[in-house]
Every structure is written in C-alpha cells, then in structure tokens.
Design a binder for this molecule. Sequence first.
Ligand code: ZN
Length: 293
Amino acid sequence: MPKGRIIKLTGGNYYVNDGENIYKCRGRGRFRNENISPKVGDICEFQVENVNEGYILELEERRNDLVRPSIVNVDQAIIITSCKDPDFSTNLLDRFLVLTEFNNIESILIFSKEDLVSDEEMCQITDYKKYYESIGYTVYLTSPENNLVNDQIKSHFKDKLSVIVGQSGVGKSTLLNAIDSSLELKTGETSKALGRGRHTTRHTEFIDVAGGLVADTPGFSNLEFLDMELVDLKHNMLEIFEFSHSCKYRGCNHLDEPKCAVKKAVEDNEIAVYRYDNYKKFYEEIKSKKPRY
Ligand code: ZN
C-alpha cells in the first residue's frame, strides 16, 4: 500500500505526497464515523484509484498535534532570534522553547543578523550561544552572507517537516532565501511571506525548502501557555527539570521552598539568571490564567 504525507487540505480533499507524486485523496467514511480528522502533516496509507487520485485508508500514530497552527507530526522547529533589530529576547526564545518542548518538537536555534552587532554586544550573544548549547540545543549564529553556517543550517531541512518560528523582523524569509536560492520569498514582509493568507484560510500548506517541507504558517502564532499547567512548565525547561531531581521537596516550585536545588544552581551560576527569571515570569503567567470554562 503506498504511503505518503498529507501536505494540503482543501475542499474536503487531502493532497498526499508520496515523495514523487501528489495524489488528491478523500478520507474513508470510517474516519467520520470514528471522529478522526486527518490533518496536514499526517502520514497515511492510501489507495490509488485513478492516476492522481485515491483515498486514505489508515493514519500513522502522531508524534505531536499542534492546535495553532493546526498541523501534526512536526519534526523540528527552527527558532530564529535576531541578535539585534529587534533586540535579542531571551523571554521570547525561552517562551518558544517551552512550547516546542511541551509539544515534543526538537528545536534548532538560529541567532540571525550577526553582522549588525558590535564586538561588545557579540560577547553577550556568544554567552547566550554557549549557554543554550550547554543545555542541549544546536545553535547557529549567522547572517545572510555567512554561507558556511547557512550550508550547515540547510542540512537540517532534508526529509523533515519544519516550522519556522520567530517574532516578525528577525529575518525568516531572508534566511530561507539564503539557504535555498530557488525560493525567492519576499523579504521585508516576513509575516506575509510565510503566513500567506493566514487571515483568509485556515488551511496549512507547505513549501519545499532544501529537500524538506516547511509549514507555510507563522508557527506558534499564539504564544500564551493556554494548554499548559504549572507542572508542564517545570518539565519543559530542560536544565531546570534536571536540577529539580535534587530539590528536597517533591513538587518543589523552585520559588520559596527551602533546599531547592534549582535556586542553588542559579546562585552557583549553573543556571543562567535570565532563564530562571523567565521561569518565574512564565510561572506567574500560567498560575494567573483564567479558567477557560
Ligand atoms: Zn526546587
């Protein structure tokens, strides 16, 4: 039975790419009866009926299932943070990281616009890079002209389904153009280029980038921790979770509790102060969110 990935959903039809061709498929009636909705990103088995048409038989188990944007089986998030213009924001970066960890998506960090920073500012950026590497992330520092690094970034796209994440103005389109020259995405209008039609259609589509697929959406357009509980926050900041195993109290919130290994690690410079400050901010945010019913 042929297998492929649903890359587009429109008018009740699922467009399935098997790596060579795209088939316009219908879902089986069974899906409706069992209340299963195939989604963009799903890996499916399908039956070919006509030359380029068919119907979907089975869906594979999903690795993740995002609500905003509505997409499943994302392999990785490429998180872009600019060194300058807009200023480097650890708050936004950590917010994206909590969300990607929570959704079981691997993250690759790109610090863009390295060409805009002074030597002094570069020290701070380099410190950030070292820190995020030390807690387990792959980090690239680059600019559109840095072909060496952009080629390394390019190698991450092949055969993967990626979402590109970052606030507007960090250079998403410029970066994608630099790593795949066949793209010619409009720049200077980042949100329009990548989030094309997001106000006119709910449907997610993909663009081909360097042998992989990139979701043509702004990605995590909603940065609130709507679906998260406090325990999810504690589990999804990697180094804080690591140190929490040594806290005296199970369920320690790492705020005012005695013998808290996380606070000790902050004092000993093993956890960055800004990471801990962001943790406390996110904690308050989740704690104070209104119940949704
Ligand atoms: Zn603690």
